[in-house]
Write a protein that binds this ligand. Structure first.
Ligand code: A2P
Length: 306
């Protein structure tokens, strides 16, 4: 839990954060409090998860209960694609800060590399044929430029900016016009989808990679993988702890759990041997799988599991 990664802003980001996607209001508060009491110093949320207000409240209370200060905790949130028009980016940031109510945000990310039409007034606007109502007036570069401005104008309330779910071609495009290099690219990453090429690319550009769904998301087949199971038995750990130990050696990780025992267990990790790491590195070749793949109607994902 003490491991940190340095961002290109100079800030230190705790390498293990609590993921809160699908952690519903009503259960997320207890999970955040358990995590902070257990030593987690990084909490990840998003406007799109619909739980920022509760996450923020839990953080404020947990800081007070554990004798901690605001600066002791790193909080990441994400701007939803209906706020991607340049004139709406600032509103997206302000809504999140308002809901979280925690003085400032350590890191805010553009949640997806695609904008959604804000005019329907819903989170996922759809066209009559059922496909997503993409906002064709924006590109990742346009929105990024607007976010840079928000960052510049709110240095006391926003400490770093980054992206999420951005593949290499879109990052290349974005970097052509970027004045600020994204501090982070948060993507789905686990042994069945190790994203080695993207990781290497981001490292070469000084963009830190954070793994979401590091356990392979809900009902994960990854946790019943035979090789992972064997390594777990050998160390007297759970498959989840082995998968997370592998993840922590490559990037920061955001395991999600609303169960107190699992929240604690997910931060009790080990060093794997080179041979074990290699065995896990091989798994994607036979079991390549992306668990989170909403249909954007435009190309977002690489289909290789390299
Ligand atoms: P729960 O919240 O009930 O613990 P990911 O982080 O890859 O998105 O995975 C989250 C999923 O894995 C959730 O369904 C979560 O359920 C479950 N999970 C979290 N920690 C563990 C663990 N240590 N062992 C098994 N399942 C876990």
């Amino acid at each position: 839990l003490n491991k940190v990664y340095k961002l290109n802003t100079g800030a230190s980001m705790p390498a293990i954060g609590l993921g809160t996607w699908k952690a519903a209001p009503g259960e997320v508060e207890a999970a955040v409090k358990t995590a902070i009491a257990a030593g987690y110093r990084h909490i990840d949320t998003a406007f799109g998860y619909g739980n920022e207000a509760e996450v923020g409240k839990a953080i404020r209370e947990a800081l007070a209960e554990n004798g901690l200060e605001r600066k002791d905790i790193f909080v990441t949130t994400k701007i939803w694609p209906t706020f991607f028009r340049p004139e709406k980016v600032s509103e997206g940031f302000k809504i999140s800060l308002d809901r979280l109510d925690i003085e400032y945000i350590d890191l805010i990310l553009l949640h997806w590399p695609v904008g959604l039409n804000p005019e329907q007034g819903v989170a996922i606007p759809r066209l009559p044929d059922g496909t997503r109502d993409i906002d064709t007036t924006v590109t990742p570069s346009i929105t990024w430029t607007a976010l840079e401005k928000v960052f510049e104008e709110n240095k006391d309330k926003l400490k770093a900016i980054g992206v999420s779910n951005h593949p290499i071609p879109i990052l290349e495009e974005l970097l052509k016009t970027a004045k600020v290099v994204p501090a982070v690219n948060q993507v789905e990453l686990h042994p069945y989808n190790p994203q080695q090429k993207l990781l290497d690319y981001c490292n070469s550009k000084n963009i830190h990679v954070t793994a979401y769904s590091p356990l392979g998301s809900t009902d994960s087949i990854l946790l019943s993988d035979e090789i992972v199971g064997k390594i777990a038995t050998a160390h007297n750990k759970s498959p989840a702890q082995i998968v997370l130990s592998w993840g922590l050696s490559r990037s920061s990780i955001l395991p999600k759990s609303v169960n107190a025992e699992r929240v604690k267990a997910n931060a009790d990790l080990i060093e794997l041997s080179a041979e074990e790491t290699q065995q896990i590195n091989e798994l994607h070749k036979t079991h390549g799988k992306r668990f989170v793949r909403p249909d954007w109607g435009v190309k977002v994902f690489d289909e290789e599991f390299e």
